[in-house]
Design a protein around this ligand. Sequence first.
Ligand code: C5P
Length: 225
Amino acid sequence: MHLLIPAAGSGSRMKAGKNKLLIELEGESLIYWTLKSILSSSSISWVGIIGQPKDKELLLNSVKNFSNQVKWINGGETRQESVFNGLNSLPKDAKKVLIHDGARCLINPELINKCAAELEKNEAVILATKVTDTIKIVDNKGFIKETPNRQYLWAAQTPQGFLVDSLKKAHKMAIDKNWIVTDDASLFEMLNWKVKIIEGNYSNIKVTSPIDLKIAKLFLKDSYT
Ligand code: C5P
């Protein structure tokens, strides 16, 4: 199975002054831990890492000897553009692809394998967890408009997996129609194409702000010491 890692963000919410994937956690970069898990998943045979050209040297150096096991792909201005570049750089024989955000460094290899196995039976799959908070929809003046029934709410994670041809078609449609999305499953939903949920775990956080770094450090310490 092929896997693409979007890693071309600026990390502005982290306020680290550099790509957050270069931040060091337990002696290695954040992206190193993401890649380590991916490369130890038995289902993954090809990995593409999508980054900003200016970060290429730093990112590849920071993953050390894993760097010769990945293909470099230049990213775009948004995650959506980065993924589209990734899809266009897949080998011609790639039929199915998993997409996993570089920022989710606590993914475990078994969950990647589970997504790959479910993608053999479904056209599109995503890892997600049941929402435990009560979620409010709020208007632009800061007042609550609505409380959706929590029973039907799931928090989307990655990996997300798709048939390559279908995902490419969905991305092209998005460009034509100016759809802006923050994950790939959203494009399938907009087209009324089915996406299967796979229950993941709460530790697969997307490292976004400084508090997430503290959580990630604790988990990595627990797993590797
Ligand atoms: O910003 P956020 O954390 O939601 O980004 C999710 C993932 O998408 C990150 O791994 C980030 O590096 C990646 N990304 C990208 N290209 C962009 C913006 C974000 O590959 N232009």
